[in-house]
Design a protein around this ligand. Structure first.
Ligand code: GCU
Length: 352
């Protein structure tokens, strides 16, 4: 009932806002200002929302006479597969989504769904912070009518569930929610679990009602999204680092003057800086809150057993999708650069 109510409210709100947008000249413009809408899935305390507030602040500081930025959190305008379509048509100007949602539009993004793609957090950050290199990836959705401006850290994903998971064998028969992409489904099934794709906003109720046994995500999902209330075991198998990205409607971006575009691009990079800093703070707090206040048990597992279970997945994906080859090779090179690095790097690799 609660879930139904939430969905109806979201649908109503989305309909109202977008209905107005389509009338153009109505809700799309406030006086002389063009309203710029951004939709995302997280709460108003999440690092991504805080990052987007900086985006808003910077755009309005520099172009406030022309643009007003409005941020819609909590899947208010719909789940990620839905809002990406709205960004494609221009009903929303920007959306913040996980890369699995882009796989249907440009298959290079499948690379991020590979289990154990990055071998350290340092390598992950180094690849994603390489703005020049990432441009070619970000432009891969031009034909689909949208473009990525920047990335946000969404941490390291592991399985969490109602029952404890210590080895890959424990995943057998468990129905686990994954993001809505074929590569995410394959990844989860390769571990021996039964993948159940659904939108992020549905996960809490689905676990609570026993529709699924658990999901896989970073630790903030336990606290910020409250999944730790219904799933009490988090197994540190660390299978993925999947970035989130800020996607802009291409027509909108192309319609900006060079100077305006630069401001939006700078705003995007500033929002990333803010998000990354907030992430570091909040992820530590999330672990403590989940363990101490919510009674979630964090289980240190033998990560190698999980890696062995999906050992063939990277090769299979490379054989099936030529588009991921260049980015994959580039990531392997960066992985190697950080291989012999610090104690911290080693710890990450060993899954500690
Ligand atoms: C993370 C990520 C979101 C994504 C979610 C999910 O929270 O930041 O962008 O939607 O995982 O699993 O769907």
């Amino acid at each position: 009932m609660k879930a139904f109510k939430k969905a109806s409210v979201a649908a109503f709100a989305a309909g109202l806002i977008l209905g107005c947008a389509m009338l153009m000249g109505g809700c799309g413009v406030n006086g002389d200002k063009r309203i710029v809408r951004i939709a995302h899935s997280q709460s108003e305390t999440h690092p991504e929302h805080l990052g987007l507030l900086k985006f808003k602040e910077y755009v309005e500081e520099n172009l406030g006479d022309k643009f007003e930025v409005q941020i819609y959190p909590n899947e208010l305008l719909g789940g990620q597969t839905k809002v990406i379509e709205l960004a494609q048509t221009g009903a929303i100007d920007f959306v913040l989504v996980g890369t699995p949602n882009l796989e249907n539009f440009a298959d290079v993004y499948e690379v991020f769904s590979m289990p154990y793609l990055f071998t350290s957090e340092e390598a992950y950050h180094s690849v994603m912070n390489d703005v020049d290199y990432m441009q070619q990836v970000y432009r891969s959705t031009d034909e689909a009518g949208f473009q990525v401006l920047t990335w946000y850290n969404a941490g390291t994903r592991s399985f969490y569930s109602k029952k404890p998971v210590h080895t890959p064998e424990d995943l057998k028969g468990l129905k686990m929610r994954v993001q809505q992409s074929p590569a995410s489904v394959n990844m989860c099934n390769a571990f021996g679990a039964a993948a159940s794709p659904m939108s992020f906003g549905e996960v809490y109720t689905a676990i609570q009602q026993g529709v699924i046994d658990g999901a896989e995500n970073n630790e903030l999902a336990l606290t910020n999204n409250k999944h730790g209330e219904v799933a009490k075991y988090y197994a540190y198998n660390k299978h993925q680092m999947v970035p989130d990205v800020l996607v802009g409607n291409l027509k909108f971006l192309d319609g900006l003057s060079e100077e305006e575009f630069e401001i939006f691009q700078e705003a995007a990079l500033i929002s990333t800086e803010e998000e990354l800093a907030e992430w570091e703070k909040q992820i530590e707090e999330a672990k403590e809150t989940a363990a101490n206040d919510m009674g979630v048990e964090f289980i240190d597992v033998d990560v190698q057993l999980f890696k062995d279970k999906v050992a063939d997945v990277q090769a299979d994906m490379l054989a099936e999708n030529e588009s991921i080859r260049d980015l994959y090779d580039h990531i392997q090179q960066v992985n190697e650069e950080y291989q012999d690095g610090s104690e911290e790097t080693k710890k990450t690799q060993e899954g500690k």
